[in-house]
Design a protein. Structure first.
Length: 413
């Protein structure tokens, strides 16, 4: 089928489809990081830095595009559920997102020269907290409500090229944009002598950066291990950059309304560095091992550090079973995946860092050879019930469609 029939429609879909709150920890910085925009990457631990094959697109490492065999389009949707627990209560919130779209065009197979572009999420903010406060210090009882929505997305366009020794090099231009809305409100009863008040802030971001990636050639041939079919290492790097940030504030209090107070400043994003490996054992089993690091202790808003941020790091292990034979059987083309990850998140609250452990699983069902519907699932846990913190149990279901078509092939005359 011709993938151009759905191109325009995909770009017109709004990013948030439904929202009813999420993790309270997303109120800090730019929110939760989104590391994967495809079900395949999600179900293998979210990273896959050294992965490069001809029927999927890797938004994390542009070097993987050298293996692209067909013109492709990928699009994903994500359901996110959060169960927040304290020592005495719990609450569940959920939301659903359009999780990005990517297009890839292999322009020269021999040179590994491909053109890829797309729009993918970078971070997500989604929380809605209501808390009742009892009378104290002469102040009447009141209700506090704290909400936040939005996030950062990235439009990228890049290319890849095959180097000597079968090494792959990729480079992308990244344009970051987004909006985060937050609101804090204190509401007293109608009979109270105190006046309700609220504060609302809208932050709009835009900035430019780049991503460079490298994947080695197949090193298994130098080891002489019989069933080891492929061994590669990959690396990515994105430099630190600044996002222009426009702030629009509205406040209502006893002294009146202060509407449309504006200012502009820079938000400094830290560099990102990752390394990974992929091992293919026989023709069916693929294993990935990855590490990603981003020092959010260097994150700055208007030149000032944010107290609740620390260095981010993630360790990930992934597995995929895939039968590469051209069988006519439907079940021979079903792919199975699983993964594990441990993460030192970028959040630190009251001196306690929020560490996260996740398990993943997923599978793909063929539409035709090279075209699939992909499903991914993640369960993760972070936080603690001690020291006034909350435990965040989250569930993510990802649904992707990956379609390919043959373009740019010269007909024989």
């Amino acid at each position: 089928m011709k993938i151009t029939k759905i191109t325009l429609h995909l770009f017109l879909i709004a990013l948030p489809l439904f929202a009813n709150g999420g993790s309270i920890y997303t109120r800090f910085g730019i929110g939760d990081l989104r590391l994967s925009s495809s079900s395949r990457r999600l179900s293998m631990g979210e990273l896959g830095i050294a992965l490069g094959d001809n029927d999927y697109l890797n938004a994390l490492n542009p070097a993987g595009w050298t293996y692209l065999g067909q013109t492709r389009v990928e699009t994903s949707f994500l359901y996110n559920g959060n169960l927040m627990q304290s020592s005495s209560s719990s609450v569940f919130h959920s939301n659903t997102f359009f999780d990005g779209v990517m297009f890839g065009f292999p322009l020269d197979h021999n040179l590994g020269f491909s053109l890829v572009f797309g729009l993918v999420p970078v971070s997500n903010v989604e929380y809605d907290v209501v808390q009742n406060y009892t009378a104290s210090g002469g102040v009447d009882p009141y209700t506090g409500e704290y909400t936040g929505t939005g996030g950062i997305s990235k439009f990228f366009i890049g290319t890849s090229y095959k180097l000597p020794l079968d090494f792959s090099l990729g480079l992308s231009y990244d344009y970051y944009l987004g909006e985060i809305d937050s609101k804090s409100a204190i509401t007293f009863s109608d009979t109270s002598a105190y006046t309700s008040s609220s504060f609302q802030r809208k932050l709009t971001y835009h900035g430019m950066s780049a991503t460079a990636g490298l994947i080695t050639g197949n090193l298994s041939q130098y080891l002489g291990i019989k069933n080891l079919k492929d061994l590669r290492f990959g690396m990515i790097y994105s430099p630190s950059f600044g996002m222009n940030t426009d702030s629009l504030d509205n406040s209502v209090s006893i002294i009146g309304t202060n509407a449309n107070a504006t200012r502009s400043y820079k938000t400094k994003m830290p560099y990102k560095f990752g390394v990974g490996s992929v091992i293919k054992w026989t023709d069916e089993y693929t294993f990935t091992l990855d590490y990603l690091y981003q020092p959010f202790s260097q994150y700055r808003e208007d030149g000032l550090p944010v107290a609740f941020m620390r260095d981010f790091s993630k360790y990930s292990l992934g597995f995929e079973y895939r039968d590469d034979t051209r069988s006519d059987s439907f079940w021979d083309h079903v792919m199975l995946r699983a993964g594990l990850s441990y993460e030192n998140s970028q959040y630190i609250v009251d001196g306690t860092g929020l560490n996260q452990f996740s398990v993943y699983t997923g599978f793909s069902m063929p539409l035709s050879y090279g075209n699939t519907i992909d499903f991914g699932f993640q369960y993760g846990k972070r936080g603690a019930k001690e020291n006034g913190l909350l435990v965040d149990n989250f569930f993510r279901f990802s649904f992707s469609i990956s379609l390919g078509d043959i373009w740019f092939v010269r007909s024989e005359r």
